[in-house]
Ligand binder design. Sequence first.
Ligand code: PMP
Length: 395
Amino acid sequence: MFGNLSALPADPILGLLAKYRLDENPNKIDLGVGVYKNEAGHTAILDCVKTAEKFRFDNEDTKVYIGPTGSALFNDKMTELVFGEHRVISENRVRTVSTPGGTGALRVAAEFIRSCKPGATIWVSDPTWANHTGLFQASGLTVKTYPYYDFENKNLKFAEMKAAIANVASDDVVLFHACCHNPSGMDLNQQQWQEMVELAKEKGFTPLIDMAYQGFGDGLNEDAYGVRLMADSVDEMILASSCSKNFGLYRERIGACSIIGKDSTVTDIANSVLLSVVRCIYSMPPAHGAAIVETILDSAELTTQWHQELAEMRNRINGNRQLLVDKLSEQGVSRDFNFITEQKGMFSFLGITPEQVQLLQDEFSIYMVGSSRMSIAGIANSNVDYLAKSIAKVL
Ligand code: PMP
């Protein structure tokens, strides 16, 4: 049976990381992998997470099955975190399940959509996170794209995006990135969110919002603006969230999938389908990451500490954006890179050619994906001069 298979290409980002690790140049820089790194290039465990883990170690008293919904406390805390004090909560119209990471949340959402309408069409931004397409297709959905990032002008193709979404059918799904768009760093502003909400109301499509970076853009509430606005205006919506980045819990695999229905009865029915989807994929989510997050969010002290640690990560990323632009200008680069400071989150496209990306790698040991998407957290005070000098040379 296996003889019928042909090999598939390895994930290009993981391939890049393998090459980076083998590179012996002491000046090498990794701008590929999308994880937060501190000034020393390390993805450290947050102090609030360490404290919560100690608490769990001392207090956990069973390893019995947790059930398909996962931890009720985690689900409630995550619902509050993403929606804030929202009427979908007071109206009992939202149900949340814990999932294995944001990817698990998206796959559960995709299978849930398949249950609502097999082969449904889902619209994703062009470009989008590379895994979106494969993941939705694996659930039998038809993936179509709407224009999003304007590589030429380093801006949103908002008019084209709007025109495309205005033609979406009422039983289609439209995927939005809540904040810190991956890979472009280009987010919708408040007015643009409002226009998307108007379209959702008018056309009746179902919004699926992917929120993998809450707190990495402008702040926890600011980054949830679009999610909350959309939830306030439509009858039905799906949200996939992740604790990988904002809690630094990458390998614990914890996230959440929330569904909003038009009333409590409809939502309960939808939730029964959601739970059956979970049961048929992985039965029950892992508990450890959820326990850490709920311990933090259930403690005023740990929550304050988490807010501080999250702000530190956010400020470092935003600081790196400015730092790179300043250093490029110091190198006498005439091209305007100011767009990097206006974009949000972990990524921006530098906007150089694939040949220049390759040159950076071959000549200077600077690693980024072929599209010139840079992981901003890989920039540090210790490497930014070398980075700016090298970019100036390949330009
Ligand atoms: N959505 C987007 C846009 C992402 O960038 C990522 C992570 N790179 C995810 C979802 C999945 O996150 P997780 O690691 O929690 O599965």
